[in-house]
Design a protein around this ligand. Structure first.
Ligand SMILES: [Zn+2]
Length: 82
């Protein structure tokens, strides 16, 4: 069986991972990225196709203006129907 190049004991698993890219103060997070992950050390690999898609997203996003929107959760209220 194939073992991890780095720790030599991992097993390769198919997982969906969250990947973040940074340029200076910009951060882009891509969720649900299919990856091969070594279960021991967490080292990740992406297929050529996935890498290409992520690059595309990253390049497009870089050109966009981003506004920050606070995400606020309404505090618990007694009843929705009151
Ligand atoms: Zn490893």
């Amino acid at each position: 069986m194939e073992t991890c190049y780095f720790c030599r004991k991992g097993i390769l698993e198919d997982r969906k991972v969250t990947v973040d890219f940074r340029w200076g103060d910009k951060l882009i997070v891509i969720e649900e990225v299919p990856a091969k992950v070594w279960n021991e050390c967490g080292e990740k690999y992406y297929s050529a196709e996935v890498s290409r898609e992520m690059d595309k997203i990253a390049v497009e996003r870089k050109k966009e203006k981003v506004i920050e929107v606070p995400l606020i959760r309404l505090p618990a209220t007694p009843s929705a129907l009151a």
